[in-house]
Every structure is written in C-alpha cells, then in structure tokens.
Design a protein around this ligand. Structure first.
Ligand SMILES: NC(=O)c1ccc[n+]([C@@H]2O[C@H](COP(=O)([O-])OP(=O)(O)OC[C@H]3O[C@@H](n4cnc5c(N)ncnc54)[C@H](O)[C@@H]3O)[C@@H](O)[C@H]2O)c1
Length: 333
C-alpha cells in the first residue's frame, strides 16, 4: 500500500482525493488545508482524517507521498519540505509563478528532484497519448506542424485572474507542456494576444485571447491558440501534421449522437463542459502512474525539469507579447 497525504482541498484537490480513494494500492492517509472547513468536509466525505498541520502529515510514517494541490504560490516551499521529509511528490502545475523560484527549488533538491512528478495531466489523456505514440511509431513520417487549440468555456472571475500569474502561466502552461510532449524542445517563441472577451481582465493587466507560434529544435512549427471563452463548451483539440499524414484528436462529447434535420447535420450535444469532465480519465491515469512508479521504483514520466521548461516558455511568451519580438529560449539555467 502507498500512503498519500493530500495538501489543498479546493477544486482540483477534491477531484484528486476522490481518485486517490478509488485507486487500488493507495491509502489516502490524511488531508490538510489552511481552510479547516474544506479539509473537514473532504475527510468526512471520503472517510479519512485531517492532519493538524503540514509538519504532522510529513512526520507520519504511513505517508509515503504527498499530492500538492494548494495555491500555486505555495508549491515550491511544500515541495522542498516534503522531499526533505523523505516523501515522493506529485505537484500540480505550474511549479511556481516565478521561473527563478522554480529553478532555485530544483537546484536545492539536487538529485532528490527525481522524487517529484509534475501534474501535467493532459499527457495522460488517452487520445493525446495515442497521438504521441503513433507519431513516435512513424505513422505520419517526419513531424512538421503541431496545432493546439485550447479554449475555456467562460472566463474566471476577476479575483482568480488577479492571483493567476496571467494567461500564459495559468492556462497556456498546459499547452506549452503539450508542445514539448509532442514536438520536444522548443527553441523560439513568438506571442501575440489581446483582451477580446472581458474588459475587466484587461483592466487587471492580463489578456484573455492569445496566439503563439514556436519552433522546435528539430525545426517543427508549433501553434497554440487560446481563449478564455468558447460558447460551445471546452474546446481542446490537437492536430499533428507530418510528411506522411495527419493525426487529429477532436473534442470529446458526452454522447456520440449526431442529429440531421432541415439545413443541419451535426452533433446533438456540446463539448465536455470543462476540465474536470474532459480530462477525468487523464487525472485517474496520472495518479495511477504516480503510484506505479513509486511502487516499482521507476522514474516519473513528467519531471520537475518539465515543469521548469513549460514555465520558461510562459515567460518567453510574456516577453514576446511585451516586445513584439521573437524570444530565443535559453535553457542552460
Ligand atoms: N492540472 C489541472 O488541470 C489543474 C486544474 C485546476 C487547478 N490546477 C492547479 O491546482 C492548484 C490549486 O488550484 P484550485 O483550482 O484547486 O484552487 P482552489 O483555490 O480551489 O484550492 C486551493 C486550496 O489550497 C488551499 N491552500 C492554500 N495555501 C495552502 C497551504 N499553504 N497549505 C494548505 N492548503 C493551502 C486553499 O485554502 C484552497 O482550499 C493551482 O496550482 C492550480 O494551478 C491544476
């Protein structure tokens, strides 16, 4: 049995806790949140206990690993504390809002950084995983272009935007990781963006719409498009184009039903409402893989370095947006 402590009982923490509770070979030893009410409610729902503090959870011998689902600005401190206590860590994205803090965290961990897995759940989506596997098997020849469409159903409230770190670090971070998952290392980034959806987001100094073009080390071209609003649901598509063909992962719908009528043929139901539904299988697979790697003592498939690389691309996109220039990636740090 792998004993796990969950830190953070908010939106994503509750989802992870439910998955942990039903993963074979896992015991959810305890949960902790600075908002005690949130921790109590979750513990009662899942029949586990509330740790009195982070330290108490980390001193608990039954805890082999920690899942960090707290607010982003707490991630690096909790990673350092957890690894120092000898625990494995699955940490939600992004590593931090500041690239330098993320790099400092990795440098302090040294070889112990291998105890940390980053929560880029989209890598575990069965369709995206299949696209990568089939690309690697040579099915579409040499990779030439990647197009990632990633649009939220509706913008988050201003209070969320204020602490989010901006569109690139909060939302596009998943797409930067997906770019690397499919195309490998990225060497340059060019971004443009604007506030086309909600003027309040602009008033807070952020953007709600973006287009990013990048080049990979192999010369493949990558395009990401983001919007904080898509009236037809959560829009998550991946198009991978090569010398011998195309791999295309479309949106997921609740059913496969299509309707035909006068002047209309198409889907009868909209795309999955949001990430909790669209990536439900991916979140489960992510946890299962984390636990399997701990049990079998094999390396984690998504590392702290992957988290840093995605954050570096987010920072480069921010620089490109401000300067209207292409930014070259220097990943020596
Ligand atoms: N992978 C994904 O698809 C995905 C989706 C949503 C959020 N996230 C990430 O997960 C993290 C949490 O996001 P959320 O939407 O669940 O936020 P949330 O605000 O709903 O929940 C965060 C929780 O952490 C608690 N918390 C804050 N500081 C703490 C600390 N020091 N110790 C213990 N608890 C603390 C808060 O009280 C809150 O209950 C963020 O980093 C976010 O970027 C990832």
């Amino acid at each position: 049995m792998t004993g796990i402590a969950l830190f953070g009982c908010g939106r994503i923490g509750r989802l992870h806790a439910a998955n942990l509770a039903r993963t074979p070979g896992v015991t959810l030893v305890c949960v902790y949140d600075v908002m005690q009410g949130a921790a109590n409610a979750l513990a009662t729902e899942l029949g586990t206990s509330v740790a009195p503090s982070i330290e108490a959870a980390l001193n608990d011998e039954r805890v082999d690993a920690v899942l960090i689902a707290t607010s982003t600005d707490t991630h690096t401190d909790l990673i350092l504390q957890s690894v120092a206590a000898g625990k494995y860590v699955l940490c939600e994205k992004p590593v931090d809002l500041e690239l330098q803090r993320a790099i400092a965290c990795r440098d302090r961990l040294g070889t112990q950084a291998s105890r940390v897995m980053m929560g880029f759940n989209r890598r575990f989506d069965p369709s995206f995983e299949a696209v990568r596997r089939r690309l690697e098997a040579g099915e579409i020849g040499r990779l030439e272009q990647v197009i990632i469409t990633s649009r939220d159903p509706s913008p988050p409230p201003p209070a969320y935007i204020r602490v989010s770190g901006g569109l690139f670090r909060d939302m596009t971070i998943h797409d930067f990781d997906m770019s690397r998952f499919i195309a490998g290392n990225i060497v340059d980034v060019s971004a443009t963006g604007g506030c086309l959806v909600d003027p309040e987001i602009g008033a807070l100094g952020d953007i709600d719409s973006a287009m990013i073009t990048m080049k990979s080390a192999t010369g493949a071209l990558v395009h990401i498009n983001n919007s904080r609003r898509a009236v037809y649901g959560y829009d998550q598509r991946l198009e991978v184009f090569g010398s011998d063909g195309l791999l295309l992962a479309k949106n997921r719908h609740e059913t496969t039903v299509e309707a035909s009528g006068t002047g209309f043929t198409g889907r009868a139901d909209p795309a999955a409402p949001f990430f909790l539904e669209r990536y439900s299988e991916a979140y489960r697979a992510e946890i299962a893989r984390f636990v399997t790697c701990i049990r079998d003592e094999t390396p984690f498939p998504v590392t702290l370095d992957d988290g840093i690389a995605a954050l570096r691309l987010a920072q480069a996109a921010q620089e490109s947006l401000a300067s209207s220039k292409t930014v070259t990636i220097d990943d020596r740090a």
